[in-house]
Write a protein that binds this ligand. Structure first.
Ligand code: IPE
Ligand code: IPE
Ligand code: MG
Length: 248
């Protein structure tokens, strides 16, 4: 049976998060500079966004640049920022045409002025779109996010708006960059690395994790289908017993 047919549309993950890893290795394997891998990575990214929209996935979060990635050589950081601006210039129309709403999570204040301005323009332009919600994690790390949340919660307490004795999980959730967005149900990481790398630590609490050796520039539609098919075969127990889950 073709892969697409094996996907049960009623059981699609509501939110998929992806760590797009392996661009550098993809380039090096071909004797190219790492930046070529990043350029090729954008092509893969386009295909995956398109596939998510076609399938009717509601939320897709892509890890594009981590807080830790600021520590890469300046040349690479600058080239990545250049690719970002270029892609936004080129693809904003496509987002609008496909009713895709772009949001950014991360410390965008660290981005260079031109990147930040271009980004906020696209965010504004697509803000009324009602199809796929595309979240891009840019200058993002989970510990940065949780630290920020702690800071904001402390301010609320000092301002007398929040009573420490009454803090609930929902109060914490409210101060995260993903506030109001359902937690990812499926997290995919490419390139064979078996780690989370400071990505959505709170939100991934009960996500199904899917790891593949495929390098990001090679990750295509069929690979995305395979991850979803695998997800749909898992039994999600949320701490309960298998019997309890099957009884439902
Ligand atoms: C992922 O690919 C893209 C970013 C982190 C920006 P890498 O650049 O990490 O590729 P590898 O892991 O070195 O192969
Ligand atoms: C994670 O990839 C960040 C992104 C994909 C943007 P890295 O390649 O930076 O992760 P580590 O440092 O190898 O774990
Ligand atoms: Mg990497």
């Amino acid at each position: 049976m073709p892969l697409r047919k094996q996907i049960i549309d009623e059981k699609l993950p509501l939110h998929v998060a992806i760590i797009m890893d392996g661009n550098g290795r993809w380039a090096r394997q071909r004797g190219l500079e790492r930046i070529f891998g990043h350029q090729q990575g954008v092509i893969a990214l386009r295909e995956i966004i398109e596939t998510a929209a076609e399938l009717g996935i509601k939320f897709l979060t892509l890890y594009a640049f981590s807080t830790e990635n600021w520590g890469r050589p300046d040349d690479e950081v600058n080239a990545l920022m250049g690719i970002m601006v270029q892609s936004l210039n080129k693809e904003t129309e496509t987002l609008l045409k496909n009713n895709i709403k772009l949001s950014a999570i991360g410390d965008v204040n660290r981005l260079a002025d031109d990147v930040r301005e271009r980004l906020s323009e696209t965010l504004k332009l697509t803000s009324e779109c009602t199809g796929l919600n595309l979240l891009v994690a840019l200058s993002y790390s989970s510990r940065w996010e949780i630290t920020e949340a702690a800071r904001k919660i402390s301010e609320e307490i000092i301002g007398g708006k929040l009573n420490p004795a009454e803090i609930k999980e929902e109060d914490i959730e409210k101060y995260l960059t993903t506030s109001g967005i359902p937690d990812p149900e499926l997290m995919i990481r490419t390139s064979g690395e078996l780690r989370i790398s400071n990505f959505l630590l709170w939100q991934l609490a009960y996500a199904e994790l899917y790891f593949t050796d495929i390098l990001w520039p090679d990750f295509g539609k069929d690979d995305f289908y395979r991850a979803i098919i695998d997800f749909q075969k898992r039994e999600r127990r949320f701490g309960k017993t298998s019997e309890q889950v099957l009884d439902k």
